[in-house]
Design a protein around this ligand. Sequence first.
Ligand SMILES: *[C@@H]1O[C@H](CO)[C@@H](O)[C@H](O)[C@H]1NC(C)=O
Ligand SMILES: *[C@@H]1O[C@H](CO)[C@@H](O)[C@H](O)[C@H]1NC(C)=O
Ligand SMILES: *[C@@H]1O[C@H](CO)[C@@H](O)[C@H](O)[C@H]1NC(C)=O
Length: 326
Amino acid sequence: MVLRLAWLALATAVSSVAGLTAIQQLNLGGHFAQESAVSLRDPRGLEIWPLFPTGEVPNERFGLEENHVAPNMKDLVGMFCAPGETTGNWYYNVTIPGLLPMLVDKSNPLFKDAAVIVVPGGGHSFLAWTKEGVEIGEWLNSIGISAFVLKYEVPETTVNFTRSVLNLQRAMSLVREKAPEFGLNASRIGVIGFSAGGGVAVRGNSLLDKLYDKVDEADSQSHLPDFQLLVYGNSGQGGVPISPMPTFIAHTSTDICCPVKQALDYYQLMSKLAPTELHIFPDGGHGFGSCRSYPEKWYEVCTWPDRAQMFLEQQVLHIPSQKSKR
Ligand SMILES: *[C@@H]1O[C@H](CO)[C@@H](O)[C@H](O)[C@H]1NC(C)=O
Ligand SMILES: *[C@@H]1O[C@H](CO)[C@@H](O)[C@H](O)[C@H]1NC(C)=O
Ligand SMILES: *[C@@H]1O[C@H](CO)[C@@H](O)[C@H](O)[C@H]1NC(C)=O
């Protein structure tokens, strides 16, 4: 109960400083640390909400040492899937899952009442935290949408998605519960998944039940997203969604890590169930993220955020296209 209150206090503190950029929040770390028994930080010092109270991570694993490091060019997954990746940080050995809030303040003229949980990739062995997490949150904030970057448990040794999916289920439930406090519409909470993170998203939305025992009232909230975006997502892992939602898919023909056939097959499945769009680019490979690191090389594919913005405005926010400010 004490920890539960700590989480609420933390959330309130974050809400009151919403509107600051992620970098500005850096300076508030000391303040948050006093509010919570659990102090988690991302590599830039930003406060991360724990997903579960201390000692209540389901089947908590021990003996792994969490590490955040510059991309390791010798990592086989990284080398194979995103050889151009050299910027930012990766997370290894995540055993205490969390959520990095990146909120847009209600007073911001760009404010929209939707939020997206960002699920980075990394082949279930690490998290591409900067490129497929924080930078994506910054992009969403720039178009008025709040973001929550999911720090899910890796490595997933069995790759049966138990840990990563239950982390996403819990994150979705927490964000829904807190939605009114942040001025968010609890029916406009979606997910964006990159690579393995896309696999977590599509797997998660095909499960009716939560994969963990109820921890607190937040778990009365649905864990199913209202919309989803998959960017070079491993959608081959997906089943039929429990509640079909508008879906945006961006992929390239030259993806050797998650073959484009996965995107085509998932489009075939989803388009029968809900508004679904599929963007296939001829070049760009895998792992381009928001494209900040690869702007010249893969120019066309780097329009995906513009297309995703239009999807969000039309399928989620229901802003008539002629009125959307672009
Ligand atoms: C992950 O934890 C294991 C076990 O402690 C350790 O051997 C390994 O070096 C860690 N990985 C990284 C990248 O820190
Ligand atoms: C998945 O992994 C979890 C945790 O290791 C294990 O308890 C569960 O039985 C596994 N499920 C399947 C279907 O293999
Ligand atoms: C919340 O979002 C849902 C789904 O888009 C919409 O039907 C509803 O009107 C919204 N509620 C408010 C108060 O805007």
